[in-house]
Design a protein around this ligand. Structure first.
Ligand code: ATP
Length: 360
């Protein structure tokens, strides 16, 4: 039987919940955010990724209403909230927020923290509290004070507190940064699932590419206040817009095209094809996992292995391409290699950039 389409729901999901049009923020001579455009749809998760000081928290603070915009405008659910002569305060934006330094109230219990922003009857609040405690898996900790639960549990409570009033959009500013690695990895998956269950839209600000990739449906990469690229995690990683993005979101080898093309497989796709490939003025970027190596003898070798970093699930081969160019390849840790082995090298996927890119 053909499935009935739910047009009302589909239309709702297609609707834009948040639009930032050319928003800019300056602090004295520093342009913290420069002409940022952004659009978020219902139930979509967006990650704003960039290095420290690139302006991502300022962008989030403008969306939250803690900072005004110097120019541009922000529209939330079809209503302008920031713009020329307009700044709707944070508490009137129907947003949930979990910021790095937004600690729980130490003198309130877990339950009181979660219910803090709730209105309505006692029964309504108790019902929502029960839902939130189940969502974060802390049903037995309602009466505990924040110092009696772990850092990871405190972060869950902070998420529950932000979600309890049922906001349409939740803003997360490096919410995992104070936690140790193992906990961070676990918590970011759990929180993503919690947000999906609650059917909110979310924006995560982070400097951690892996965190952004795991969390996001869409990403924006920022450098020095400017958007470098927008796209899905896969587009950002596999089709970086420029060498800066390529190097920021993962390991990347860069070679002059004229030299690197010697190692291309015949069928290798060249992404971001530079309009007419000028051999002298293009550079080729190849990710370590897109390189394969085969043992060879010295007479027909492309290079040799300088040294090997073994890390259990994989190994990084540091390779000297003749005459004297260093690259690295990521290969299975089951392959047996030794330093000084002669090898032939093949690139399977590559990206081409103009050599003298301003973003290099
Ligand atoms: P981090 O990851 O380190 O928090 P970020 O990418 O979030 O960095 P922002 O905090 O947005 O970056 O800062 C962007 C730039 O604006 C920085 O140069 C910062 O020093 C500056 N800045 C931010 N807030 C202010 C302020 N209130 N007054 C003056 N300068 C500021």
């Amino acid at each position: 039987m053909p499935q009935k389409k739910n047009f009302a729901l589909e239309n709702f999901l297609e609707e834009t919940i948040l639009t930032c049009q050319s928003i800019t923020k300056r602090f004295g001579s520093i342009v913290a955010v420069n002409d940022l455009d952004l659009e978020l749809r219902h139930h979509e998760f967006l990650a704003i990724l960039g290095p420290s000081g690139c302006g991502k928290s300022t962008a989030l603070r403008m969306i939250a209403g803690f900072e005004s915009t110097d120019s541009g405008r922000i529209t939330l659910q079809n209503k302008q909230v920031s713009g020329p002569n307009c700044l709707v305060p944070p508490q009137q934006r129907n947003l949930g927020m979990v910021f790095q330094d937004l600690a729980l109230f130490p003198h309130l219990s877990v339950a009181q923290n979660i219910m803090f922003g709730l209105n309505g009857s006692k029964e309504t609040k108790q019902k929502r509290l029960k839902q939130m405690l189940e969502l974060i898996g802390l049903q037995d900790s309602a009466a505990k004070m924040p110092h009696m639960i772990s850092g990871g549990e405190q972060q869950r409570v902070a998420i529950a507190r932000a979600l309890a009033p049922s906001p349409e959009l939740i803003l997360l500013d490096e919410p995992f940064s104070s936690l140790d690695y193992q906990l961070r990895v676990q918590l970011r998956k759990d929180i993503r699932n919690m947000l999906r269950k609650e059917q909110v839209s979310a924006i995560l600000v982070t400097h951690d590419q892996e965190e952004a990739f795991i969390f996001a449906d869409q990403m924006i990469v920022i450098h020095q206040g400017r958007v470098m690229q927008k796209g899905t995690p896969s587009e950002i990683y596999h089709e970086p817009a420029n060498p800066w993005v390529a190097a920021f979101v993962g390991e990347a080898n860069f070679l002059p095209y004229a030299f690197g093309k010697n190692f291309l497989m015949p069928e290798t796709p060249l992404i971001n094809q530079v309009q007419s490939v000028e051999e002298a003025t293009s550079q080729l970027m190849v990710r370590p996992e897109d390189i394969s190596v085969e043992r060879s003898n010295s007479s027909n070798a492309d290079g040799l292995i300088r040294y090997i970093d073994f890390s259990g699930d994989q190994q990084i081969l540091k390779i000297k391409l003749f005459p004297d160019t260093l690259i690295q390849a990521r290969v299975s840790s089951r392959q047996l290699w030794n330093a000084e082995d002669y090898i032939q090298v093949r690139f399977h996927h590559c990206t081409l950039f103009p050599m003298k890119s301003e973003d290099a």
